[in-house]
Design a protein around this ligand. Structure first.
Ligand code: NAD
Length: 292
């Protein structure tokens, strides 16, 4: 890898904390190498306190772009020059470009696009569909807004009555005001409504992170009657690759049980396109990084 770096190499950063576990540096650097693009992608341990200086550094050093992860996805917005319409609605940015290196920073959010592309890759269309979604935090909001932009007929959001519930309401309001999709929010404690909603949906998406450590023994669906042969189940978690929910969905005959790896891959591919103008070689990256 190092012999391809030169004095002309352009830098793309990833700013988040904790971040050392991220697959993004490997994914982007392998894609740059495959396409012979003179870029390098490095992760930097940056939290909210260092964020302002870091953004100044991106401008001052002509870093050509950056991915942004927690806890900086919302906090970075005031430091940017422009924010795309979908990132504005989502209220979070995961990709920043500085295309000519002159310091005009534009923020985007590719998480929702990643989720929708992952579904498309599995032959699942959201257009005109009724979708039940659990979770309305960072991932859930991106998924909800993009699904609405991509023509979902109805989005039924279920959230526990915690600090995120108000954000779920706000997301539904934005969707109802800005798209043709009808969005509702219900307390997940209303299990009758939750089961009824899934019964009327073709897609169930879990964007809560339940199923990931330390909640790896939990699934928000425990009643086999909820799973049908025409129901697609999508969990945004990718570690573990098979959450309790996905195992349960498979065992009880769901049409598809999809994990978050595709979302991870395609949010990266959309960012790669913004950084370089080139298509990420997704089949190559999939084969290299994501084969079981
Ligand atoms: P967040 O903290 O912003 O939101 C968490 C959501 O889950 C909230 O709606 C919260 O109310 C809900 N929740 C929390 N505990 C719950 C419980 N016990 N029962 C029911 N609901 C509960 O988190 P986030 O940033 O949205 O991340 C959520 C998950 O999405 C994480 O697992 C993260 O790794 C994953 N993610 C995956 C990708 C990808 O590319 N595949 C991208 C972003 C996030």
């Amino acid at each position: 890898m190092t012999e391809r770096l030169t004095g002309h190499t352009l830098l793309i950063s990833l700013i988040a904390t904790p971040i050392r576990h991220s697959m993004s540096p490997t994914m982007h650097n392998e894609a740059f190498a495959k396409l012979g693009l003179d870029y390098a992608y490095l992760a930097f341990e940056v939290g909210n306190e260092e964020l302002k200086d870091t953004v100044q550094g991106i401008r001052a050093m002509g870093i050509r772009g950056s991915n942004v992860s927690m806890p900086n996805k919302q906090a970075i917005i005031p430091y940017l020059d422009e924010v795309s319409p979908e990132a504005t609605l989502i209220g979070a940015v995961n990709t920043v470009t500085n295309l000519d290196g002159k310091g005009h920073l534009v923020g985007y959010n590719t998480d929702g696009i990643g989720a929708m592309s992952a579904l498309k890759d599995e032959g699942v269309e959201v257009n005109d569909q009724i979708i039940t979604l659990t979770g309305a935090g960072g991932a859930g909001t991106a998924v909800a807004i993009q699904a609405a932009f991509d023509g979902a007929k109805e989005l039924r959001i279920f959230n526990i009555n915690d600090g995120v519930f108000a954000n779920a309401k706000e997301t539904a309001r934005k969707i109802n005001e800005n798209t043709d999709c009808r969005a509702t929010v219900t307390d997940l404690a209303d299990q009758t409504a939750f089961k009824q909603s899934i019964a009327e949906s073709s897609i169930y998406i879990d964007a809560t992170g339940v199923g990931m450590k330390p909640l790896e023994d939990l699934s928000l669906i425990t009643d086999p009657a909820v799973i049908r042969p025409d129901l697609v189940v999508f969990d945004v978690v990718y570690a573990p690759r098979e959450t309790k929910l996905l195992k349960f969905a498979k065992e009880h005959g769901a049409k598809k049980a999809i994990n978050g790896l595709g979302m991870m891959l395609y949010q990266g591919a959309a960012a790669f396109k913004l950084f370089t103008g080139e298509d990420m070689p997704v089949s190559y990256i999939k084969e290299l990084l994501f084969k079981d």
